[in-house]
Design a protein around this ligand. Structure first.
Ligand SMILES: [Zn+2]
Length: 616
């Protein structure tokens, strides 16, 4: 058992320094994010009145709802907080504040903030009708998990907007969890579903860091201690024993939120053991369960095989990206940001349907995309067509770019995001700095970066050089730089002044991932961070006979904006036909089947042989 007395707040710089406040992305990506913010996120509560009604009427008119129903407002509010950090849009601020008001109005006097009636809350059985409909049995209410998301969302909203009411409600909800389990002597394991319900420690440690309230720390430590109970995951010990995540007792995706408790414990204690366990799990997932599109999970959890087909649930990728953002801030490893870019530009963006409103549940490597409004209709209720796990979580997958796009530590500013944008960040001294990127990246690799610091300041600017960019050119105010290495940060230490300009030319030569297992003999093709797919609705050729030769792919022309695609590549196949390949995010956008594991002859491996990632 970890001794509370050994823990002091802020042993380790919690967020790796200052955060971005303000990030406007232009072009294709910016338009889709803005559409999702205006069409879905700002309207989500209004379009789904049943969400808060189920909370409000939990005792007066209890209804049959899925066990995880309580997570929805928390997942939505998290997306709103991240989005607001980017857009600073008044309507998003109003929507988030309104949701906080709603949550305040439905909170129990004891702080309870879920949708389940008194006789079931926290560790009671699920509604009997679910057994009839789905054949589910036992204690499968995910009520503590729901509180995890609601507390996390409220905390994030408070951190971004300063809304004190959000923090007050979050603390009150945490108090109810403390009282029910710790004070009244119930084990968390009694709630069942430990990979969901035993994630709560993560949110409570964030609240502890904010408030110094000891009962939150006590609760979180008790939860981590309970992981050791038979059937409760044992993630910490299993990681330290060298097990891969997929070999652990409970390798479902929800457990990633439990694992994030370890990074917070490291921040609080400085105890490297927590960091090692957290890092081992991250590296394990990247090596065995992160698919070619940057998505995580096979059938909602780790399977130990990135080539295996099976649903890649959007919620799983969202959790993987949250964990990756967390790991990036601790590791300061540019390749983690490469991972985030891969996941964002492919799997996360690919989860957003073409109307920019609905998200999918499954983002397959080969297959079709279906909106949650049809695929997850079984989760929804009257008055809440958008009330499903992946729909509520979808915006977070996009907007969490603000967490990793740039950050500062005591010595420097790390720039990770490339694309046409304007970022308002802070220098190591805490002064404001605007970073302007002029580019059509990822169509081409040429990026012009202009810095506008509030005042001249000496610091190290660290630019992410992606692992796939073999020959990178960089100049600072016209002066060519030497020794730019792929898969690392390139550091320039100098006094930066307003108007200083860097020109970065990334190497967009095609690169490949050679398949194995179920996709043995097939290869994935990348243009920079973008996975290219054959869309049977857009390729204009017989895909069954579509074979490519590597040499021809290296001659393909890539253009942006054609027919509304982010990017398209014209490639010649062995039959001499011109075939159009498109970016993964747009794959199957008209409901057609798409394929990301292609038939390519003589392709060299980059991904699985790459020396930079082979180290365990
Ligand atoms: Zn989901």
């Amino acid at each position: 058992m970890i001794k509370q007395s050994s823990i002091t707040q802020q042993n380790v710089n919690p967020d790796g320094g200052a955060q971005i406040m303000g990030m406007q992305i232009e072009g294709y990506l910016g338009k889709r994010l803005n559409n999702n913010e205006c069409r879905w996120l700002q309207k989500a509560v209004e379009h789904n009145p049943a969400m808060m009604e189920r909370f409000r009427q939990r005792d007066s008119h209890p209804r049959c709802i899925v066990p995880w129903f309580g997570e929805y407002p928390g997942k939505l509010l998290t997306g709103m907080a991240l989005t607001y950090r980017m857009s600073m849009d008044a309507d998003t601020l109003a929507a988030g504040n309104a949701l906080v008001e709603e949550l305040a109005s439905v909170q129990g006097e004891d702080g309870y903030l879920g949708p389940h009636p008194k006789d079931r809350r926290f560790n009671g059985p699920m509604h009997e009708d679910l057994t009839k409909v789905f054949g589910w049995h036992g204690n499968v209410l995910w009520d503590v998990w729901g509180h995890y998301h609601v507390i996390y969302g409220l905390y994030q909203w408070y951190k971004v907007t300063g809304n004190r009411q959000a923090l007050t409600i979050a603390c009150h909800a945490a108090d109810s969890v403390y009282t029910y389990f710790i004070k009244e002597g119930r084990p968390f394991a009694s709630a069942g579903e430990p990979d969901k319900n035993l994630t709560i420690g993560h949110a409570l440690l964030l609240l502890y860091r904010e408030t110094g309230e000891k009962t939150y720390l006590e609760t979180a430590l008790a939860v981590v201690e309970e992981w050791k109970t038979a059937g409760c995951g044992n993630w910490l010990e299993a990681a330290l024993a060298g097990l891969d995540f997929y070999q652990m007792e409970l390798p479902r995706w929800e457990a990633l939120h439990a694992v994030m408790t370890l990074s917070e414990l490291y921040r609080l204690t400085g105890d490297i053991t927590y960091y090692r366990a957290f890092e081992a799990i991250w590296k394990s997932i990247r090596r065995t369960d992160r698919h070619n599109d940057g998505g995580f999970s096979t059938g909602e959890g780790a399977a130990g095989d990135p080539y295996q087909f099976g649903a890649i649930e959007n919620c799983c990728t969202v959790a993987w990206m949250a964990m990756s953002s967390d790991y990036l801030k601790l590791s300061h490893d540019s390749k983690v940001a490469d991972e985030l870019e891969l996941s964002f530009f492919n799997a996360a963006l690919g989860s957003l349907m073409q109307d920019d409103y609905w998200f999918t549940y499954d983002v397959p490597m080969n297959g079709i995309r279906e909106g949650s409004n049809t695929y997850l209709a079984w989760q929804t209720v009257e008055g809440g067509q958008g009330l499903s796990c992946c729909q509520a979580n979808g915006n977070r997958g996009l907007s969490q770019v603000v967490e990793w796009a740039a950050f500062a530590d005591a010595t420097g500013l790390y720039l990770n995001f490339y694309g046409p944008c304007r970022l308002d960040a802070q220098t190591p001294s805490g002064a404001g700095i605007t970073v302007q990127e002029t580019t059509d990246y990822p169509v081409t690799g040429r990026i012009t970066i202009t810095l506008e610091p509030e005042k001249p300041e000496y610091f190290s600017l660290r630019l992410r050089i992606p692992f796939w960019s073999k020959n990178t050119q960089l100049s600072v105010n016209g002066e060519l730089q030497n020794g730019v290495q792929k898969g690392s940060y390139y550091t320039i230490s100098r006094e930066w002044r307003s108007g200083d300009t860097l020109t970065l030319e990334l190497d967009m030569t095609a690169h490949y991932w050679i398949g194995d297992g179920e996709v043995k003999g097939c290869t994935s093709l990348y243009h920079g961070p973008i996975l290219l797919v054959l869309d049977t609705g857009a390729s204009g050729t017989d895909v069954n006979n579509c074979v490519f030769e590597r040499a021809a792919l290296e001659q393909m022309t890539v253009t942006g904006g054609e027919d509304g695609y982010w990017l398209t590549a014209q490639a010649t196949n062995l039959a001499g036909e011109i075939v159009r390949l498109v970016d993964f995010a747009d794959g199957g956008r008209n409901g057609a089947w798409y394929i990301s594991w292609l038939n390519i002859q003589n392709a060299p491996a980059l991904w699985d042989n790459d020396e930079i990632w082979n180290a365990r």
